[in-house]
Write a protein that binds this ligand. Structure first.
Ligand code: FPP
Length: 280
């Protein structure tokens, strides 16, 4: 059985190869999938039709990410706040999610995709929890793209949960107060062990983080596209990656420090040399 994504073909393969040779492919892409309702309204269809078409966008983005060698793709599929939507829409969304998991997991498995989930999973309907557990278990040894579904998730929920666990471990003596630092906090988040997103894509033109990965997005590049999620396809993903490749990620440093060429002296080397008069 094939283990890995089917290779891109034709023009798509050419675009992917160019993206790979032009710059770095982000290791971790996070997406706020927004605009399903507006897409449907624009077409005179019920909101659920937007969510349905959104599943097609998920399928295409997952496949393209796997082909490009993206390691992690995190999708904001259902936020803590989404529970406040009309009961009918919530239940249709849950049914759609369940159906998508049932229909797609075998293909994802063949494509070497590992499924994971973050969020308050215990608040999801039992059927969804069971299906997720089964799919996560089935794909856990896969080594290609890790697809992380953020379900009943919010950044504040994640940080609050981590804080509670940290306090618990400090009280029980498992964690020393002095050992609490950024990297230990990271381990307590639901994304523990997963690198922070390099690129955040948000669809539908809104310029907000909407309580997504609040801690983890500290240094992510942000790409906003006006496209509604159901209209988002791999070409739009490529656009986001191209935009990312144009950015200079400085992590609070200055440009000169970022040179990775061994024979290029670092910014500080050069400052020291200019002050001390040392020659390279
Ligand atoms: C935002 O659009 C979208 C969602 C809240 C749900 C996203 C869910 C899917 C794409 C389907 C299932 C997902 C997977 C991972 C298989 P919106 O409803 O907020 O749109 P609006 O802002 O235009 O009203």
């Amino acid at each position: 059985m094939r283990k890995g994504p089917q290779k891109a073909t034709g023009e798509d393969a050419r675009i992917q190869a160019k993206l790979q040779s032009d710059g770095e492919i982000p290791r971790h892409i996070a997406i706020i999938m927004d605009g399903n309702g507006r897409w449907a309204k624009q077409k005179g269809m019920p909101r659920i039709a937007g969510h349905q078409e959104g599943v097609e966008s998920v399928r295409d983005a997952v496949e393209a990410c796997g082909q490009l060698g993206v390691e992690y793709l995190t999708l904001y599929a259902f936020s803590t706040e989404n529970w406040k939507r009309p009961q009918e829409e919530v239940s249709l969304l849950m049914r759609l999610l369940l159906k998508a998991l049932k229909d797609e997991t075998d293909r994802l498995h063949t494509n070497n995709v590992r499924i994971r989930a973050i969020g308050e999973i215990s608040s999801l309907p039992q059927e969804v929890q069971d299906e997720l557990a089964e799919d996560i278990e089935k794909t856990k040894a896969n080594t290609g793209l890790t697809l992380i579904l953020a379900l009943s998730y919010s950044g504040r929920w994640d940080i609050t949960r981590a804080l509670k666990q940290i306090l618990h471990d400090v009280h029980s003596g498992e964690l020393k107060k002095e050992d609490i630092d950024e990297s230990s906090i990271e381990r307590y988040l639901s994304t523990g062990g997963i690198p922070d997103p390099d690129l955040l894509i948000r669809t539908s033109g809104e310029i907000r983080i909407s309580n997504f990965l609040l801690w983890q997005l500290a240094y992510s590049e942000i790409h906003i596209t006006p496209k509604y999620w159901p209209a988002f396809r791999r070409v739009d993903l490529y656009e986001g990656i191209r935009d990312y490749q144009k950015r200079e990620r400085r992590f609070g440093m200055v440009s000169e420090q970022l040179s990775t060429k061994r024979d290029t002296p670092s910014y500080f080397d050069r400052v020291i040399r200019s002050v001390t008069g040392q020659q390279p």
